[in-house]
Design a protein around this ligand. Structure first.
Ligand SMILES: *Cc1c(COP(=O)(O)O)cnc(C)c1O
Length: 339
C-alpha cells in the first residue's frame, strides 16, 4: 500500500515559527481534528509532546480520549462528554445545548462574531452565562472563529471588533455570575499570522503546523514547510507503443513508445480523481496517465517507489481544491512513518 512519511524537522520548524508568533509554546493549541489533518493523530501527538506542545484541539470526545496522555489541555469542538476528564474542555455551540452537559463539566463558550456557523450571538451572552451557571458548568473561556482571516477583505477587522465587544461583555458577566478569570482565543493559522501583536491566551493552529497554508501574496508567510509526503509502490510495469491507451475508458493515450507503471495509490486511498483531468505531474515531473482507479493509478515511470506529492498545497491546485481537503482525504489505513 502507499505510505506516508512525516518530516519531523519540518514539523518542528513550523512549530518554532508558530510559537514565535504566539510568543510562547504554551499558547499554541495544536488542532488535531480529522486524524490530525490526515497526518495521523497519534504520530502528530507524539511529536507535538516531544516538542513541548501542551494544548490540543479536536472535534470529538473519542479523539480527545485517545490523546489524553500527550497533552495537559484538550478542547473538543463539537461533542458532548462521555466520561468526565480533568483535561478535556467542551465547546458550547448553542444556547439549547447547555443542558446536555453534565454538572461540573469544564466548558468554553463559542461566540458567533460574524461567521454565522456555530456559537451564540453577542446578544445571547447574558442568557448563556445564566444557563451555564444554573447547569453548574465550569466556564473557563470564550472564543470565536474568523470566516475571512485568509482573505484580503475588511471582514477580518469587523469580526475582530465584534469579538472585542464579546470579550468586554464576558468580563462583566463573569464577575456578575461569579466565574473565575476567563481565557480568550480567536485565531486560527491565518489569523495568527495576520495579527501583528498577538495578545490572546492561545491560538488554535492547524494548517500552519502542517506547513500547507495557502494565503494571498500580501498575507504570505515565510518559512513554513510541508510535513507530509506520500509515496506509492509499484504493482506492475509494461512497455506500451505509440497510441496504446491506459486505464478505464482508455483515457490515457501514449504519444510515443514508453514504459508505464501502475502504483498502489487510488481514489479509495484519497487520490482525488479530478487530478487526472488536470494533467497531474509529481514533484519530479512524472506524468499521471489515464484515469485514477480505486486502488491504483498509472504513471510514466518504471521506478519501484514513486513520490506522489510532498506538498498538499501544490496537488490541491490540480484538484481545484484546498490543501485541507487533499490531506483529510488520505485514509487512516495508510501507514505513517516519522523521519
Ligand atoms: C479547524 C479549526 C481551526 C484550525 O484552522 P487552521 O486554518 O487549520 O489553522 C481553528 N479553530 C476552529 C474552530 C477550527 O474548526
Amino acid at each position: 500500500m502507499a505510505y506516508i512519511i512525516l518530516n519531523k524537522n519540518n514539523f518542528f520548524n513550523n512549530l518554532d515559527i508558530i510559537a514565535n508568533r504566539t510568543k510562547s509554546v504554551d499558547k499554541v493549541a495544536l488542532v488535531l481534528k480529522d486524524n490530525a489533518y490526515g497526518h495521523g493523530l497519534l504520530e502528530i501527538s507524539s511529536m507535538a509532546k516531544e516538542y513541548g506542545i501542551k494544548k490540543a484541539v479536536v472535534r470529538t470526545s473519542k479523539e480527545a480520549r485517545s490523546i489524553e496522555a500527550f497533552f495537559d489541555y484538550i478542547l473538543v469542538l463539537a461533542d458532548i462528554p462521555t466520561l468526565s476528564s480533568d483535561k478535556i474542555r467542551y465547546t458550547i455551540n448553542d444556547l439549547r445545548s447547555i443542558d446536555k452537559f453534565p454538572k461540573g463539566t469544564k466548558v468554553e463558550l463559542k461566540v458567533d462574531s460574524g461567521m454565522h456557523r456555530n456559537g451564540i450571538t453577542i446578544s445571547e451572552m447574558k442568557d448563556a452565562f445564566l444557563k451555564i451557571k444554573e447547569a453548574g458548568l465550569v466556564l473557563e473561556a470564550v472564543f470565536t472563529h474568523h470566516r475571512s482571516a485568509d482573505e484580503l477583505t475588511s471582514e477580518w477587522f469587523w469580526q475582530r471588533e465584534n469579538f472585542k465587544t464579546a470579550k468586554e461583555r464576558s468580563k462583566v458577566l463573569a464577575s456578575e455570575f461569579g466565574f473565575g478569570e476567563l481565557r480568550f482565543h480567536s485565531c486560527n493559522s491565518a489569523a495568527l499570522f495576520r495579527e501583528s501583536n498577538f495578545d490572546e491566551d492561545m491560538a488554535r493552529v492547524g494548517i500552519a503546523a502542517y506547513g500547507c497554508m495557502d494565503l494571498p501574496q500580501a498575507l504570505a508567510t515565510e518559512g513554513l514547510k510541508p510535513v507530509l509526503s506520500l509515496y506509492a509502490t509499484k504493482n506492475s510495469s509494461r512497455v506500451l507503443n505509440t497510441y496504446q491507451r491506459v486505464g478505464y475508458g482508455g483515457d490515457g493515450e501514449i504519444l510515443a513508445d514508453c514504459i508505464v507503471s501502475n502504483y498502489d495509490f487510488g481514489y479509495g486511498d484519497g487520490f482525488l480523481r479530478v487530478c487526472a483531468t488536470n494533467g497531474y505531474e509529481t514533484p519530479h515531473g512524472i506524468k499521471l496517465v489515464g484515469r485514477i482507479s480505486m486502488d491504483n493509478s498509472t504513471f510514466m515511470s518504471d521506478k519501484d517507489e514513486l513520490l506522489i506529492f510532498d506538498d498538499a498545497s501544490v496537488i490541491a491546485k490540480y484538484a481545484k481544491t484546498i490543501s485541507y481537503e487533499v490531506l483529510t482525504s488520505l485514509k487512516s489505513e495508510i501507514s505513517r512513518e516519522i523521519r
